[in-house]
Design a protein around this ligand. Structure first.
Ligand SMILES: [Zn+2]
Length: 193
């Protein structure tokens, strides 16, 4: 282990093997491997054999319990990375893109096997903040939460809610999502930058 050599990781990145390291703060263990639970820098403590991930940015504008809207920016193993655009019913502005993550276990009331069955990059989701610091974690468990606007994976057009799925009239295809009951009912102003 080289000192002072920071390794930046994304949520879901593998940071070590469970037989070598203890899963510390900011990490979780899955199938014998330790993964980063949020963005940050990996730190290995050789003394107590602990691997942890230190958060880089802590955001104060978003509070636990807030309902937020954001865009799915990436999917990484068992995490969806969401940039928060807006806090519902609040005048507190979100000045710049605030990144948050949704762990696969907090996507839906039902067991989620594959994240790609629930969220696609570009989808707009309504979610609840379940942890605000050191990094923001969101949950979309509950009927009110999930995708409020989804785009077709083929043509990128808005999709319509139909038969518990999203339907693209242009491509005549249905796609799965974790859909919010508020689908299509929310007008969200996107920032231009
Ligand atoms: Zn389409």
């Amino acid at each position: 282990m080289v000192e002072n050599e920071d390794k930046f990781v994304f949520p879901g990145d593998e940071v070590g093997m469970a037989e070598e390291w203890i899963s510390g703060e900011g990490t979780y263990e899955d199938e014998g491997k330790i993964h980063a639970a949020h963005f940050g820098v990996v730190k290995y403590n050789e003394e107590d054999l602990e691997a942890r991930v230190e958060a880089i940015n802590s955001i104060v504008e978003v509070k636990e319990g807030d309902i937020v809207y954001g865009v799915v920016e990436a999917r990484k193993n068992s995490m969806a990375v969401v940039s928060i655009d807006m806090v519902e019913g609040s005048s507190r502005g979100v000045k710049e893109d605030i990144e948050a993550s949704i762990h696969i276990s907090e996507v839906s009331d039902d067991y989620t096997e594959e994240l790609e069955d629930e969220y696609l990059v570009g989808d707009i989701v309504r979610a609840k903040v379940v942890q605000a610091e050191p990094t923001i974690r969101l949950s979309t468990i509950g009927k009110q939460f999930g995708v409020v606007k989804g785009y077709c994976s083929q043509c990128r057009k808005d999709m319509k809610y139909k038969k518990n799925k999203l339907y693209c009239p242009r491509c005549d295809i249905y796609e799965n999502r974790k859909i919010s009951k508020a689908y299509g009912k929310i007008k969200l102003k996107r920032k231009n930058n």
